[in-house]
Design a protein around this ligand. Sequence first.
Ligand code: PRT
Ligand code: ZN
Length: 223
Amino acid sequence: MKPRDRLRIAMQKSGRLTEPALELLNRCGLSFRQSRDKLFCFGEGEPVDLLLVRDDDIPGLIAQGVCDLGIVGRNVLNEFKGIAGDGGAALTEWRSLGFGRCRLSVAVPHDMAYNAPTDLSGLRIATSYPGLLGAWLRENSVDASVITLAGSVEIAPKLGTADVICDLVQSGGTLVANQLRETDVLLQSEAVLAGPQSLPTDERGDMVELLLKRLDGVIQVRE
Ligand code: PRT
Ligand code: ZN
């Protein structure tokens, strides 16, 4: 790949993390000129550009070296690390960013008897996080079928395509609306600044250090 002298950060193009991520970068003194196709945002002051993509693509873009850093939910980062093998192991959380807080939880129909994870044995569990769920099931010695769905996980029990679910929960309103009850939290999540374990050794590395310093200042003021 051609060496780059400008730092490139991947972030969500359109979703829950977009506004708070942009605001955080602005507070760090970074501003961007949005290109017309809105995939690439050129940084105006510092040599830092943005790539606006689907959140699920962010860990892969960092692992491939297309981007140097990414702002992404820990849920997405850890799912990638769990299924990507060696490529994922090289990714780390440089900072947790204090927004996009949620948890990945198992939830069962409100009238289902549930005492422990072993009660899930033999059941079908719908999720968009097969890697994280699979690891948790193994840790708890539960033999269940994992049904991977891209979205609308919470309606799977009603549709009869699964018995229980494992999905992101924030207020809990979606679970209540679907007569589901949260039983186990697999992961506490928030947006993180993700990147490779070792930073670039050129000017981009200096820029990352400067960005981390500014981030620490902004996060400290907010806390
Ligand atoms: O298009 P793209 O793939 O980029 O976006 P997306 O639809 O996959 O992601 P998006 O924008 O919905 O979420 C981005 C990130 O925000 C997630 O990966 C999480 O890290 C974080 N986040 C924080 C959440 C929530 N809170 C959240 N509540 N992501 C999803 N939800 C959903 C959840 O899946 C469920 O359907 O909201 C519902 C539950 O919310 P409550 O409040 O009813 O409990
Ligand atoms: Zn997504």
